[in-house]
Write a protein that binds this ligand. Structure first.
Ligand code: GLC
Length: 588
């Protein structure tokens, strides 16, 4: 698995926050986001309306019909603000505008209103931890030690290069006899401290050096960022995905992070981010932010990028009084790999999610990690396994988050030559870390030129060569395609009340190969999934009596009417409910 989960998980494991279980929230009416299907869009790669090889906002608007037909309730658009694009938008130079390569504010307003007409909510990505080094705030801050923005970022004088306790790692970064004040590392490699001659000081950057961390201990920074949030709420956006939210604060005493054995893919010592991540102060900010967001009508929602190792850690992000994030991401079921592809592993992960006090948000894919079809694949049955994954995502009691391309089975196209890499960590970490380009390739719409993504001869990343088979148009015409399986499950999720919010009862719990659960309701729905490559019997005790199939990946189960003698074919998913009682003869 890629660096992302690993580093962020290591940090979260050692958090010191405390939390208490809240009582059940009394919800007279369900907010729209409960049980909703969210769809992440990477704007560079979704639709290119102007033929420059890079996706744009109008390209998203053009494809909203597809999303509506798929049954998506909300889209989350990764950053489309003006940016030097060092981290492809996660380095923001202006929080209240649109990057010209993606369009204009008028394009954004049209995207928003068209989405709303189609009953699709729109969420933006809010990057609160850092700005671009080209943001006017940082340019001003870096100019001198006594300007009005001097304290907007995390500055430090550094320490003498030969001071006691200075590590060899710090000594790699000497400037005028000074080295960084501690051993903190950037997630993207190297020291997290960058020297600025004009101030004769270092600034802190958890991510790229072009992404300086804001100083959230300065209340004026919070005011400025909250103003940016309001700007978009006032325009009508329905919520935000909060980027890297656990990293807003650092230890003011700058203690060294504890060192672990070995080195990471960038060749740096492994650390546990005990003092540079997951500090309790972030929860105070989130409570104030939630109160502000909630002052707007329409159940606006806050999603968090929260990689946590346990549900106890995840629970903290909801807030003690359910007053922080409504939907921190539960990455536990979704960010495993082939070794985890078993009924026992998923049963355990889903049982954990069901312990959450609050609405779980399940996610398998995003723009930072190898696509799940590859991670959970065995090279032979990847598509069949992807159908099982789709069933886990879409039939569990939870809100669900998918990523563009996942419903058609787009695969990870990792560059094979260093010269082709666009993501900077793939250049600095090559060949161990090849970066995140592979999961960001252009959306595959048709079997035609550039997969229907763009009319340009060259696109910002090449289209995956498998597009003639893996694309929306072709898959819509194939009844048993992955896309049609997604469509079927999404439609069922809406039409079957038990699949909305019915509690999950896990059945046949000792079975390592078959996962079975029943979603409770007046008409309970049972889901059975075979995680093995051999047929598996189902116990008739799971559903005594007659059943009727709602959906199945196996044609032979389409007309099964009871569990007697049923064998679940390899990797089959079967969704069924008790058969309606046949009408008595003679009744109208
Ligand atoms: C988040 C984003 C990732 C980005 C990083 C820094 O983890 O998902 O793409 O590089 O934050 O903003």
């Amino acid at each position: 698995m890629k660096l992302f989960c690993r580093i962020i998980l290591a940090a979260a494991m050692f958090s010191t926050c405390a939390w208490a279980q809240p009582g059940p929230a009394a919800q007279a009416q369900q907010p729209w986001w409960k049980g909703a299907l969210f769809y992440e869009i990477y704007p560079r790669s979704f639709g290119d309306s102007n033929g420059d090889g890079v996706g744009d906002l109008n390209g998203i608007t053009q494809h909203l019909d597809h999303l509506q037909q798929l049954g998506v309730d909300a889209i989350w658009i990764t950053p489309m603000y003006p940016s030097p694009q060092v981290d492809f938008g996660y380095d923001i130079a202006d929080y209240q505008a649109i990057d010209p390569q993606y369009g204009t504010l008028a394009d954004f307003d049209r995207l928003l209103s068209t989405a709303h007409q189609k009953h699709i909510k729109v969420l933006l990505d809010m990057v609160l931890n850092h700005t671009s080094d080209k943001h006017p705030w940082f340019v001003a801050s870096a100019a001198s030690r006594n300007n009005p923005k001097a304290d907007w970022y995390v500055w430090n004088d550094g320490v003498d290069a030969h001071a006691p306790g200075v590590t060899p790692f710090q000594q790699r970064y000497v400037h005028d006899g000074k080295v960084p004040p501690n051993n903190w590392e950037s997630v993207f490699g190297g020291s997290a401290w960058q020297w600025v001659p004009a101030r004769h000081q270092f600034y802190y950057h958890r991510f790229y050096a072009q992404q300086p961390d804001l100083n959230w201990r300065n209340p004026v920074v919070e005011q400025a960022m909250f103003a940016a949030i309001r700007f978009w709420l006032d325009r009508g956006v329905d919520g935000f995905r909060l980027d890297a939210i656990s990293t807003l604060f650092e230890d003011p005493k700058l203690h060294d992070d504890p060192q672990l054995p070995g080195t990471n893919d960038q060749g740096d010592p492994n650390l546990r981010s005990q003092y540079s991540d997951n500090l309790p102060e972030v929860h105070d900010v989130l409570r104030r932010m939630r109160a502000m967001v909630q002052s707007y009508p329409g159940d606006r929602v806050l999603i968090g990028e929260t990689y946590t190792p346990t549900v106890a850690e995840l629970q903290k992000w909801y807030g003690r009084q359910h007053d922080e994030l409504q939907l921190p991401m539960d990455t536990q079921p979704g960010f495993g790999d082939g070794a985890n592809f078993s009924a026992s592993w998923f049963r355990r992960a889903l049982q954990d999610s069901q312990q959450i006090q609050g609405e779980p948000l399940i996610v398998f894919d995003n723009h930072d990690n190898t696509r799940s079809i590859d991670r959970f694949g065995d090279g032979q049955h990847n598509l069949a396994r992807a159908k099982v994954i789709a069933a886990v995502l879409l039939t569990t009691r939870a809100s669900a988050l998918t990523y563009y391309g996942a419903p058609i089975g787009m695969t990870t196209a990792t560059p094979t030559r260093k010269d082709d890499v666009r993501d900077p960590i793939g250049i600095t970490g090559w060949p161990k870390e090849k970066g995140r380009d592979g999961e960001r390739t252009p959306m595959q719409w048709t079997p035609g030129f550039q997969a229907g993504f763009s009319s340009a001869k060259t696109t910002w990343l090449p289209v995956n060569p498998n597009y003639p088979d893996v694309n929306v148009q072709t898959e819509l015409a194939q009844p048993d395609s992955l896309l049609n399986w997604y469509r079927q499950l999404i439609a069922l999720r809406k039409s079957e009340p038990a699949l909305h919010d019915g509690a999950m009862q896990f059945l046949d719990n000792g079975n390592a190969k078959v996962l079975v659960f029943r979603r409770q309701g007046p008409e309970p729905v049972t889901v059975a999934m075979n995680f093995s490559d051999a047929g598996q019997p189902l116990s008739a005790a799971i559903a005594p009596g007659a059943v009727s199939t709602l959906a199945s990946t196996a044609p032979e189960l389409a007309h099964a009417s009871s569990l007697h003698g049923v064998s679940l074919p390899p990797y089959a998913v079967w969704v069924f409910k008790p058969a309606a009682h046949p009408a008595a003869p003679g009744t109208p």
